[in-house]
Every structure is written in C-alpha cells, then in structure tokens.
Design a protein around this ligand. Sequence first.
Ligand code: CMX
Length: 433
Amino acid sequence: MEKLLAKVDRRIKKLGDELQQLYTEHPDATIGEITFQNLLSGMRGMKSLICNTSFVDPYRGLFISGLEVPDFEHKTPEEIFFLLVTGTLPSKSELEELSSELKKRSKVPEYVWKMLRSLPKTIHPMTMFSLGILAMEGESVFKKKYEEGLHKDEYWKYTLEDSLNLIAKLPSLAAGIYRILFMNGDIIDSDQQLDLAGNLTQRLGFNRHNQGFEELNRLYLVLHCDHEGGNVSAFTSRVVNSALSNIYYAASAGLNGLAGPLHGLANQECLHFITNIHDTLGNKPSVDEIRKYVMKTLDDGKVIPGYGHAVLRVTDPRFTAFMKFGDKHCPESPYLQTVKKLYEVVPDILKTYKGGKVSNPWPNVDAISGSLLYHYGMTHYEYYTVMFGISRVLGFCAQNTIARGLHQPIIRPKSVTNSWLKEHLESQTVAGH
Ligand code: CMX
C-alpha cells in the first residue's frame, strides 16, 4: 500500500496548496450567483462543491485528470481507481501493489451472506447491495481509529483503507446477490488469479470466455466509475461522509440515490422499455413504429429512459463507447438494433417536445448499457444498476478520500422558506426602485 499512500498523500498536498494559494490571492472572489431559478430547479448548474477526481464537460463528457472516455475506456477498474484517487495512471509496480491488496481483502464476511439469504425474494437487488455494504459497517477501520482518537490529518488514510477493503469485496458481494436472487443461491469462490472484472464474471456464474462478456463487464466497471461530485449518488455519499460517517455508510447511502429511476435505475428502465417495445411490436420494429411508440410514451406523461442529462448537452461519450463495443461484438443483437433505432428518432422528438423544454435530447450511458448485458444472457434487468453501482463506488471512495485529506468541512447548505423568499424578493424590488 506504500506506493498508493505516497501518491495520494502527494496529490492531497498539491490540491490543498493550490486551494490555499487561490484563496489567499482571491479571498473575496465570487464563483457564481444563485438565482431563484437555481432554487426551483434542483440547484442545477450551481457551483457548490470541489471535486478533482473527475469533471463533466457539457459538450465533451467525462474527464478523469485530463483523460477523456476514449483515452481510458480500455483500462481496468483497478487502473481507474488509481487514476481517480491519485490523478495519474499506475505504473506496473503500482498496479501490482493495488491488485494484490484488493485480492487479499476480497472475502465477504459470512454474516453478510446469512443476512442477505434471509431477505424476501421480492426485494430489489439494489436494496440487497446497499444493505450488504451497510452490514459491513462494523468492519470500518476509520470508525475504530476515530473512537481511539484519530488526528484529522490521518482521516484520509483510514478512509482509503476502508475504501480498499470495500472495493475488494464488491464483485463478490454483487455476484453473490445475483446468485441468491436469480440462481440456485450457491456462492462461487473467487479465483485469486483474476482481476475485479474477471472475478465478477466468474462469480456471477457466466462462462468467462463467452464472446466478450468479461470484456463487457470490464468496460461496464470502468465507464460508470465517476461523474464529478454533484450527481445524486456521489453528492449523497459526499454529504454523508462529510459528517465523518465512514465509507460503508457513505457508499450505501450513495447507492440508495443511484437506485432511483431518474439516475442509475434508468438502465433497468431502458431495458424494460426495449422489451416492452419488442413485446408490442416484435423483435424488429420499424423506425416509424418506434417513433409512434415514443410519442405515446411521452403522451402518457412518462420520460424516455436513457435520454437527457443534467449536465451533458451532447451524446454521452460513454454511450458511444458502449456502441463501439456492441458494433464489434454483437451488431446483430435485436436489442442493440432497437437502441440504434431509438437513437435515430428520440433526439428529434425531444428537441421539440414541450416547446423545447428538454435541456438535452441526446442519449446518456443508460440508453445502451443494459442491452449489451441482455445480449450476453443477463436477462434479469433489475440487476443492472448493481453493475453500475460496483463501479460508482470507486468514485465515491476516491472523492471522499480526497475530501477528508483536504479537511473539507461538514456539508450544510442553507434552505429558505416561502416567507423568507417573499420578504427577500420584495425587499430587493423596493431597493431596485
Ligand atoms: N423524456 C421526457 N421528458 C424529459 C426527458 C426525457 N428523457 N428528459 C427531460 N425531460 C423533461 C423533464 O422531465 C422536465 O419536464 P418538466 O419541466 O415538465 O418536469 C423538462 O424536460 C426539463 O428537464 P431537463 O432540464 O431537460 O432535465 P433535468 O436536468 O431536470 O433532468 C434527467 C435530467 C436525466 C433526470 C432527465 O433528463 C430524465 O428524466 N431523463 C430520463 C431518465 C434518465 O435517463 N436518467 C439517467 C441519467 C443518467 C444517470 O444519472 O445515470
């Protein structure tokens, strides 16, 4: 762990020095103004958090330390975690150190399996995933050290320690949930030779050499890793961890946000949408039939899952990365074909829908990801957000490790009442006259 610790330490010092210098030079700087519209629109666009793990450019998508999606889509989840938390890709020896640490820490405690097995089969896999993580909270080294009287300067080290312990267990935990809920309940052992994605594939019970399924899982775990700090799941995990609730609490809380249909659950919703199209119109619907289906969905007051975004204003480069994978590995898949037909019609419809109210008519990552899993035989689409979640925890862990290193305080914005607003706005109007 020495190499990783040393690099994270250096990064935190550098980021901290930069912030200190900027603050010294611009102590009274204004970053932006808060409008009434911001308050009404879920704080959209309000700059209110510092996050250096990644950045989302509205027109170019996700950046991780200067690398765009095509630059890192072929990396492994281990490399990506290293990149998120240190700001650089690992050298061979750094990667070996991290991989071997993760392998050592991968065993999920028996009590977690016992608890998960006792749950009703009607439960959603995301609930099991969140509960499984929460159940391990007692393993938190941060918590133990904090109780013993941990110095603030050391917070990040034990947040990182907890993060590695947690990340190492995620493929096993997630795959076990799949086996308990959808298979015969047998837990498949890990293979110490395999990396995170290999282990996930093996433990799910799929043939690891099934025409690229392992490659797809690797891509899945990479593309969903982080999307800056303000999205529902990352922000929730940041808020929770800012109270010094440990990373198990923070990850579980973040995943509860990811489980919403407007966020990570959209990948499940998309597959549901596509299977409904196929059930209604057959496996090869025409573009015209799809156009009518989409119009009807909107007329029924529903959203088109997988389209739109709070920050992006172009086709999500993660969508494009999955499309490249699909074109290479399963171009004939009826699911992929329907994804393409939707891509042909939905943006034009959304551009004019509700008088042009939709800020972004283009597809996000969720518009395609599930259709590829479905092609490889993972047909229980309720599970797809768990796959998203394994990856997103990498981002939660990196963001919170750095936030603790920078001594960022508890997050606590101010809310206002209608009467406060009324008085404030009226006094501004009077002042304006
Ligand atoms: N279908 C129909 N209507 C849509 C829409 C879509 N795909 N996307 C946006 N709109 C509507 C909104 O519901 C909103 O309508 P009202 O004002 O009547 O409430 C209007 O357009 C304006 O919203 P917006 O500014 O474009 O979008 P937001 O930033 O508020 O929300 C998002 C972003 C993603 C929640 C929204 O686009 C959406 O619901 N998309 C479908 C669900 C989805 O794919 N979510 C996954 C996003 C990626 C992820 O987090 O994983």
